[in-house]
Design a protein around this ligand. Structure first.
Ligand code: NAG
Ligand code: NAG
Ligand code: NAG
Length: 981
């Protein structure tokens, strides 16, 4: 076939082909073949090799290639489907140059860019266009030029923005329209009501402007699926909805629809599923719903419905009836029980009353049953599990009485049982405790009696066992220790007695253990350090004897400890002061001895009362401790004396040697880190009250103008009344700063200490004080320039990045805060105060050592993980730095009272920023940004980006925080190349 390579459109050739009766398909296939080759070579990047078999062949035929379908009669290309491949690139309009092409699907790839090209009109002969799940942006394309064949248009799951263009209303052949999950933010246009052929409309999950469901949609008489959840719909459902006689699925859930459901809904003659949940629909359920005999799923939960559930609606052969969270009342009609299809019944959080039909469940395979929080009374129906499918039986907060039916003992399918807060009585059937699938048993606040059977060990996956507030008696069997998944065990307020099995400490998942108000006796189990997850332990109001196990002090996350009203004796173990308790109570026991320091706070006195043997030197309401000291006290005195003598002679030796070497009269030991033209004798006489520029917990800072014209900052450490050991702080500062140099780290010039325990650190002087002062003490006007603040962010981040990534071993600062970022005369930042810094090498030692027993860091800057692990990593610095970024933007302190109760700057900023993301676009930053910033200097984009970085840095999980090095990059990327104002 020698003609295949000639251009097919040549009139001469056409004539030639016809004349010789050559097959016409050769012309078509050649044209299509060339277009496809062009797309492959110059339009789409195909990293997955999905088009690998699109290779030139002699026949110039593409019909064999992946994704191509041809007309078998003439080999013209009818359909291209390149979905689910790794394509990257813009939409290849050129495909549409194939005039026979009817169907084009490139879904779930990485198409990017927009569809806003005049070339889009090339596609006007398509019947199907599916570009869903790509990365397309911009406004939706215009369909005004033709597109009269288009039947299916699927552009869902992209990032299209703006309005749905008016021209969509002209797609006269359109049957399927899918635009869900985009960023469309116009309103829902009524012109879509013109699409008279439409069978499916799926436009859900877009941030539309609040708009009504257009009454014109009632004209869509061929519509089968209307899918509009989360579409910002307001106002009532129009009456015209009843015209949709072919509608099978109606989903308007999670909108703000109000008003009552129109009677006309009875016109939905083909309806199978109605989902109207999570709206503001009020009024009664229209009786006409009872006419919808094709309906099998009705969900109008989470609305404001009133009135009753009618017999007619209850008689519908529904599979699921969900009316929970409304204001419905009255009795549940008997007809509900005759429904043979009913699988899921949710009526919770209403005001239903009366008895449930006795035979509910008898006629169907009920699976989910939740009628909790109503006013039901009478007995629990016996047949809920008759079909052996029941997984959830939930009827708490009602007035059910009588016993728990025997029949549920055989209900192997049960997973979840919540029947608390009723008036149920008698024994729980023995066979119930054998149901091995149960994960959740809450039967508290009833009148159940009997004992906890040994068979309970068979409920292997039980996570929650809450039987409080009943009359259970007997012992807590040691079989309970086999329930290895148990998270919450609450047997409080029963009549249980005997000892607590010591194996209870084997329950490693336990978070809450509540045994209060029983008659438990014996000792508290000792080997409790397996309880790594336990946050709440309540053993109060029992008869426990013996001592409080000191091992309780090892529980890493214990927050609540109540041992009150028992017969506990001995001292309160010192170890308990390690706990970070929100609440504790040791009152009304027989405890003796001195209250450990940490608990000797007036705030806690109520938690210690009722222990006549307990004493404290400070607490007024407790006995004074006797002055006579034990032998060990004298040993301490003697040892101290010896130490005193030793240290004294040491000082003498040091002084002597120093004098020898330095010929100086000074008694100071000096270490110099920089070449400086002065020494301690030039500095120390100036440490006077007049020169003080600041003081913290254990230090005073002086500004000293030296004779030679230089100014230095001098920090003098003093131990003060709280008798802190300053040595580690001093050492840490000297060791860290002594060996590092960086433009964004403060320079330590020299340090000195004398035998009397005074310690002095001399730094270069920073003209503009600390960032904290500049932001919060209104000491500086200059920080009204946003670009200065941004520069400070970059510099400080670089300083920290240096500590984390360039120092060997890495250094963690552990006290990053605005007060520890100093500003020189040009407002260049320098990270200061290394008193708490740790090198990573030492971390291991520090885990059990005393160095970590001090809280590292400052209130408002401390990363959340510090609360439950004492381990601090570089990521804790990143968190604190994120807080500093937020301070830079907001100008507020991390714990400003204006954030509201229990909110710090992180919560405040994060909440506002997130809500901005969901709501109307065009961030109104006003609420967050420091009003003292000069608006002329502010670049909104930069501020938004810095907030993003700050939120990232303050992620709750350390893993999610970027490294400091990455933070530097992110902040630098933020800076737009804008001209200086
Ligand atoms: C299509 O593929 C088959 C098998 O891979 C091959 O035998 C045939 O020649 C191909 N047809 C064309 C037109 O390339
Ligand atoms: C599409 O993605 C590619 C690869 O990531 C990129 O090079 C190209 O600039 C993007 N095009 C558009 C319009 O965003
Ligand atoms: C699409 O929008 C989401 C949410 O706003 C965003 O996270 C994502 O980066 C956007 N993707 C593209 C390709 O624009």
């Amino acid at each position: 076939m020698p003609f295949f390579n000639l251009h097919p459109s040549s009139p001469f050739l056409l004539f030639f082909f016809f004349f010789f009766q050559l097959p016409v398909f050769a012309i078509f296939s050649d044209r299509d073949y060339n277009i496809l080759i062009r797309v492959k070579t110059s339009y789409l990047h195909d990293p997955d090799g999905s088009m690998n078999n699109w290779v030139p062949n002699q026949a110039h035929n593409a019909c064999n290639w992946t994704g191509i379908t041809c007309d078998p009669t003439n080999s013209s290309v009818l359909s291209i489907d390149l979905s689910n491949s790794g394509f990257v690139g813009g939409f290849p309009f050129v495909f549409c140059r194939i005039p026979t092409l009817k169907s084009l699907s490139i879904s779930n790839t990485s198409l990017n860019g927009t569809l806003l090209s005049p070339s889009f009109s090339l596609c006007s002969h398509l019947q199907l266009l599916n570009l869903s799940s790509n990365l397309l942006v911009g406004t939706l394309p215009d369909f005004s030029s033709g597109f009269k064949q288009l039947q299916t248009l699927d552009l869902s799951s992209n990032n299209f923005t703006g309005e749905i263009p008016h021209s969509f209303g002209g797609l006269s052949a359109l049957k399927v329209l899918r635009l869900s999950q985009n960023l469309l933010d116009g309103s829902l246009p009524s012109v879509l009501g013109n699409l008279s052929e439409l069978t499916e409309m799926a436009i859900a999950y877009n941030p539309f402007k609040p708009s009504r469901l257009p009454p014109e949609f009632g004209n869509l008489t061929k519509l089968v699926n209307m899918f509009l959840p989360s579409s910002k719909l307001i106002g009532p459902i129009p009456d015209s909805i009843g015209n949709l006689a072919l509608l099978s699925n109606l989903d308007l859930s999670t909108n703000s629809i109000s008003g009552s459901i129109p009677d006309s809904i009875g016109g939905l003659r083909s309806i199978e599923s109605i989902r109207l949940y999570n709206n503001q629909i009020s009024g009664e359920l229209p009786e006409s719903i009872g006419n919808l005999t094709t309906l099998f799923s009705l969900d109008i939960s989470q609305n404001s419905l009133t009135g009753k559930l009618s017999e007619k609606i209850a008689a519908l052969p529904l599979q699921s009836l969900h009316l929970n969270d409304n204001f419905l009342e009255g009795e549940v009609p008997e007809t509900l029980a005759s429904n043979k299809n009913l699988l899921s019944l949710k009526l919770f959080n209403n005001s239903f009353s009366g008895k449930l039909p006795w035979n509910l469940g008898l006629n169907s395979y009920l699976n989910v049953f939740d009628v909790s929080s109503n006013n039901f009374m009478g007995e629990i129906p016996k047949f809920l599990c008759h079909g052996n499918q029941l997984q959830r039986i939930v009827l708490f907060n009602n007035h059910f009485s009588g016993s728990f039916p025997e029949s549920y003992g055989g209900c192997d399918s049960l997973l979840y049982v919540r029947i608390e807060n009723n008036q149920l009585s008698g024994q729980i059937p023995d066979s119930f405790w054998n149901l091995s699938g149960l994960t959740y048993i809450r039967i508290s606040e009833n009148r159940f009696e009997g004992s906890i059977p040994l068979a309970i060990s068979g409920i292997r996956y039980l996570q929650d066992l809450v039987i409080s507030g009943n009359f259970f008696s007997g012992q807590l069997p040691k079989e309970i220790c086999k329930l290895q998944e148990l998270v919450r065990l609450d047997v409080s307020r029963n009549k249980l007695s005997g000892g607590v099995p010591s194996c209870i400490t084997e329950l490693k998942q336990l978070q809450k253990l509540d045994l209060q108000e029983n008659m438990f006796a014996g000792e508290i189990p000792k080997l409790v350090n397996t309880w790594k997850e336990l946050t709440e332990l309540n053993l109060s109001h029992n008869q426990f004897t013996g001592e409080i196990p000191p091992q309780l002090g090892d529980l890493p996350v214990l927050k609540y400890l109540d041992l009150s009203s028992n017969l506990l004796s001995g001292e309160i173990p010192e170890e308990l002061t390690k706990l970070k308790l929100g609440q504790f109570n040791f009152s009304d026991n027989k405890l003796t001895g001195e209250v450990p320091s940490g608990f000797d706070n007036e705030l806690f006195v109520n938690s210690l009362m009722g222990n006549p043997g307990l004493c404290s030197p400070d607490l007024k309401l407790l006995n004074r401790c006797p002055k006579s000291k034990s032998i060990s006290f004298y040993i301490v005195i003697v040892l101290s004396l010896i130490a005193f003598v030793l240290i004294g002679s040491l000082i003498w030796v040091v002084k002597f040697r120093m004098n020898l070497f330095k010929k100086s009269k000074s008694s100071w030991m000096v270490t110099k880190f920089q070449r400086v033209g002065f020494d301690e004798e030039d500095v120390i006489p100036h440490l006077t009250k007049a020169n003080i520029i600041g003081s913290g917990g254990s230090s005073t800072v002086f500004k000293v103008d030296l004779k030679m014209g230089q100014t230095v900052a001098v920090k003098s450490l003093w131990s003060g009344h709280n008798k802190l050991d300053l040595e580690p702080i001093f050492q840490s500062e000297v060791e860290t700063l002594g060996r590092i140099r960086h433009a964004n780290i403060v320079k330590l010039l020299f340090s000195c200490s004398n035998g009397e325990g005074s310690k002095i650190l001399v730094y270069e002087y920073m003209e503009n004080g600390s960032l904290g002062d500049a932001l919060h003490e209104h000491k500086s006007q200059t920080l009204s320039d946003w670009s200065k603040r941004l520069d400070i962010a970059v510099g400080a981040a670089q300083g920290l990045a240096y500590l984390h990534h360039d120092c060997v071993p890495p250094i963690i600062h552990r006290d990053v805060k605005s007060n520890n970022i100093l500003l020189d005369e040009e407002f260049h930042p320098r990270v200061a105060d290394f008193g708490l810094a740790k090198t990573m090498q030492r971390q291991g030692e520090a885990d059990d050592g005393s160095a970590m027993s001090r809280i590292a860091g400052s209130y408002g800057y401390i990363a959340p993980e510090y609360g439950y692990t004492m381990k601090v990593t570089e990521k804790s610095d990143v968190y604190s730095f994120g807080v500093v970024l937020m301070e830079l933007v907001t100008g507020k302190r991390p714990n400003d009272a204006c954030f509201g109760e229990n909110k710090d700057i992180v919560k405040w900023v994060t909440e506002i920023s997130l809500s901005e993301g969901e709501g109307e676009k065009g961030l109104s930053l006003d609420e967050i940004v420091d009003e003292r910033l000069d608006p002329k200097t502010c670049v909104a984009e930069e501020i938004v980006k810095i907030l993003d970085v700050a939120i990232l840095c303050t992620s709750a999980l350390p893993l999610n925080r970027p490294s400091m090095r990455r933070v530097v990059e992110l902040i630098k990327d933020t800076k737009l190349p804008h001209s200086k104002s």
